[in-house]
Design a protein around this ligand. Structure first.
Ligand code: SF4
Length: 126
């Protein structure tokens, strides 16, 4: 029986200057996700929706890899879809099936941890 692939967590921290994330302790969140939750790994990007973010995703996503699910912690899920779906399509991936977009703005660290934990547990069936 093949092992179920664990989701990957990408935290977009909106340059670190966005007031929407002022209550969030980034490193506490990311260390919690990578150490305590069933993810393959967790990473941070400073600003996924600008040119270098786009370049990063183009480099990072594996062509045709339809098995990996990405949980993206960032802003409004509708905005995320608008900003990221093309690069997923370019790589032969399906944004709507392979991305769980979480809006973590205006949350404190505990609330964000809970929201990510719920998303991971829902995916891995915990
Ligand atoms: S994707 Fe959203 S959270 Fe990330 S930098 Fe852009 S606006 Fe900010």
């Amino acid at each position: 029986m093949s092992e179920k692939k664990l989701p990957r967590f990408i935290m977009c921290f909106c340059t670190g200057e966005c007031p929407g994330f002022s209550k969030l302790n980034l490193w506490k969140l990311i260390n919690y996700v990578r150490n305590e939750l069933d993810v393959e790994y967790a990473i941070v990007h400073p600003q996924l929706c600008v040119t270098d973010g786009d370049k990063f995703l183009r480099d990072y996503l594996r062509e045709g890899d339809k098995d990996t699910v990405y949980i993206i912690g960032a802003c409004d899920p509708r905005m995320q879809r608008k900003m990221f779906k093309d690069v997923f399509s370019e790589k032969g991936l399906d944004f709507d099936k392979q991305v769980v977009s979480l809006d973590l703005r205006n949350m404190d660290t505990e609330e964000a941890m809970k929201k990510v934990a719920e998303a991971v547990n829902k995916l891995v069936g915990a």
